[in-house]
Design a protein around this ligand. Structure first.
Ligand code: MRU
Length: 336
């Protein structure tokens, strides 16, 4: 089953706001519906957002004739969330075909989808090889947020490495950190691991660095929303703390992301627009209030892990680091 796809003239997504309670497919037939689905995280995760962006332009090409209305719709899709580079890149790629007509735009969107499917498989194999090489036959892993099929189309990034290791009989265990405030780890990663038959434990985010310090984790494996030219990694809030914990304990911190998440035009993490979401997400959850009336909150959805805390970045085409620049694969680490 695909997290996002083009079916009968519309975009179909697995609605991630209602998992793990129910698995429901939602049909998006207009740009407005797609933008709302992106903003509310019904569809989320960098690779899936790239596909959503491109398919959104395919909807715009059907909904509008050429002109300011269509241009505004395309801009609105690209701006629906600012941090994951894939969204705007997917929009740009599909929009470049607008002059060739709606079918050409759709063909480009389907190509974005197919490339993400292929890169997930490549990353899973390469990442699993690397973790086994570093950590031996039964590594115990910690992962953050959701980086599985739900964040892509099929497969995923970091979580695809975890499930690939399990498939090979080479996984010693996995801890999914819950990922406050929207619980992508507790709700979505746990749901995916259970469906794949992978034994797992959920931990509160703050337990991650302590579990590492206590010697219960052999490597931290996460995804990325944007990889900057200097190797800084922007990912779900909480990632930086896991990276600090890993560095302090001297265990590997591995980032798994497709080349489509590498943004060589952004120099460093300081240049990335970090999405600040509604404070209400911090003050309560699905109607349950968790802070006093009138409490203020701050809600950055992502953080920046500086390049020097990252042991390596696995993409669908190469392994970056240590000491390999993001721009231009280093010969020592490039793999065919
Ligand atoms: O806010 P989200 O749920 O879209 O954030 C997702 C993440 O931070 C993921 O770790 C990242 O997109 C990598 S997904 C393969």
């Amino acid at each position: 089953m695909r997290t996002i796809d083009w079916v009968g003239g519309a975009v179909e997504i697995i609605d991630q706001t209602i998992l793990p309670e129910r698995l429901e497919v939602r049909r998006l037939t207009t740009v407005a519906e797609l933008v709302e689905a992106v903003r509310t995280l019904a569809v989320r995760g960098a690779p899936a957002l790239g596909v959503a962006g491109a398919m959104g332009v395919a909807l715009a090409a059907r909904e509008h004739s050429p002109g300011p209305g269509r241009d505004a719709a395309v801009r609105e899709i690209g701006a629906a969330r600012p941090t994951a580079v894939n969204l705007a890149a997917g929009v740009r790629r599909a929009a470049a075909r607008l002059t060739d007509g709606p079918d050409a735009v759709l063909a480009e969107a389907l190509a974005v989808r197919d490339e993400e499917i292929a890169s997930s498989a490549a990353m899973a194999a390469r990442g699993a090889d690397l973790v086994s090489e570093w950590c031996g036959p039964a590594p115990r892993l910690l992962t953050h947020c959701n980086t599985g099929a739900l964040a892509a189309v099929t497969g995923g990034t970091a979580l695809a490495v975890v499930t690939e290791l399990h498939r090979r009989g080479a996984l010693g265990g996995v801890v999914a950190s819950e990922t406050r405030p929207l619980l992508q780890g507790a709700r979505l990663t746990a749901w995916e691991l259970a469906r794949a038959g992978v034994p797992y434990r959920v931990a509160v985010d703050a337990a991650g660095p302590y579990l590492v310090a206590r010697g219960e984790v052999d490597a931290v494996v996460v995804g990325a929303d944007r990889i900057c030219a200097n190797g800084d990694v922007v990912n779900k809030i909480g990632t930086y703390a896991h990276a600090l914990g890993a560095a302090r304990a001297g265990i590997p911190f591995l980032v798994v992301a497709p080349e489509s998440t590498v943004d060589s035009t952004t120099a460093s993490g300081a240049d990335v627009p970090i999405e600040d979401r509604d404070p209400a997400e911090v003050l309560g959850y699905r109607g349950a209030v968790t802070a006093p009336d009138g409490a203020a909150a701050v809600n950055p959805a992502f953080d920046v892990t500086p390049a020097d805390l990252v042991t390596a970045i696995v993409t669908d085409r190469r392994v970056i680091g240590p000491g390999t620049p993001v721009i231009g694969p280093g010969p020592a680490h490039e793999t065919p």
